[in-house]
Ligand binder design. Sequence first.
Ligand SMILES: CCCCC/C=C\CCC/C=C/CC(=O)SCCNC(=O)CCNC(=O)[C@H](O)C(C)(C)COP(=O)(O)OP(=O)(O)OC[C@H]1O[C@@H](n2cnc3c(N)ncnc32)[C@H](O)[C@@H]1OP(=O)(O)O
Length: 302
Amino acid sequence: MALAVGMRVLTRSLLRPWVRGPGATPGRTGPVAGGGDCVRCFGSPRVLVEPDPAAGFAVMKMRNPPVNSLSLEFLTEMLISLEKLESDKAFHAIIITSDCPGIFSAGLDLKEMCGRDPTHYAEYWKAVQELWLRFYLSHLVVISAINGVSPAGGCLLALSSDYRVLADNPKYAIGLNETLLGIVAPFWFKDTLVNTVGHRVAERALQLGLLFPPAEALRVGMVDQVVPEDQVQSAARSVLAQWLAIPGHARQLTKTLMRKPTADRLLKERDADIQNFVRFISRDAIQKALRTYLEKLKQKKS
Ligand SMILES: CCCCC/C=C\CCC/C=C/CC(=O)SCCNC(=O)CCNC(=O)[C@H](O)C(C)(C)COP(=O)(O)OP(=O)(O)OC[C@H]1O[C@@H](n2cnc3c(N)ncnc32)[C@H](O)[C@@H]1OP(=O)(O)O
C-alpha cells in the first residue's frame, strides 16, 4: 500500500523528460551524462532512459552514485521507468546498464536494512520483491549490459534479465555474496540463481558467497557473454537483434512458461516472506553484522 502511494507520488513528481520543462513530453533534446545530446530521453533523478522507439528498445541507465545501491527511492524510480516502457507498444526490449563507472550495482542498500523500524523494513522488502517480480516477468526482452561489479542484489537484478553481457575486467565480479555479510539470500534469490546456473553451482556459490570474476562467471553460466569493456553496450545491442527477430507472442509465452512457477512461489508467500525478512533483519545479531560490514566498507578507504 505504502509502495503504491509512494509510486503514485513519485510518478507525478519524478518521471519527466531529461531536459528541463514540465510533463513527460517526449521528443525533447537534452544533455546526456557524459556529454552529447539525447533526443526523447526521460527518467528521474536516479534513472535515465534513452529510448530508441524506431529500433523498439530503450537503454535504462542506473545512476544512483556512488555505487547504485538499491535504495527505496531508487527501486521505485526503476519500477516507474520500467512500467512506462512496458505500457508503450513502441518498446519490445530494454538494455539495463550503469552510469556509475566501475559499478553495475552494489545491491540492496544496506542503510535501508540497518537501524530502521519494522514498518520501514516491510516497505523496503515489498519494493525489493516488486522490482524482482517486474523485471523477472517483464514481457519486454531485458538485456543486462554489466559494466561494473554486481554483488548480491546487483547480481539478482542481472539474473532477472533474459541475457547478460559482462565487461571483461577482473574487478567486475558478480555473485550472491550474502553469506559473507552474515545474511541469507532468500529463497527467490536462490531460485533465480538455480534457474540460471543449476543446483550444484548455486549451492556452492551461495554457501561460500562467491563473487565470480568474468571468465569464471562465463564458465558457470552466470553470464552469457564476456566482451572487452568498451564493447559492452554494442554487444548488448547486437544480441538484442536476435531476440527481437523472434515472434514476440511466442517468445513472451515461452518466457512466462519458464519463469512463472518461480515467481508464483513468491507471489503465494509474499506476505510471509515480508514477515520473515522483517523478523530476520531486526535480530540484534543481524543488525550487528550489517553495522560491522558497513564499518568495514568505510575503513577500507582510510
Ligand atoms: C532464513 C531466512 C532468511 C530470510 C532473510 C531475508 C533477507 C535477508 C537478505 C537480504 C539480502 C540482501 C542482498 C544485498 O544486496 S545486501 C548488499 C550486498 N552488497 C555488497 O556486499 C556490496 C558492498 N559494497 C562493496 O563491496 C563496495 O562498495 C563496491 C560495490 C565493490 C564498490 O567499492 P568502492 O568503489 O571502493 O566504493 P566504497 O566501498 O568506498 O563505497 C562507496 C560508498 O558506498 C557505500 N556502499 C557501498 N555498498 C553499499 C550498499 N550495498 N548499501 C549502502 N551503501 C553502500 C559505502 O559504505 C561508501 O559509503 P561512504 O562513502 O559513506 O563511506
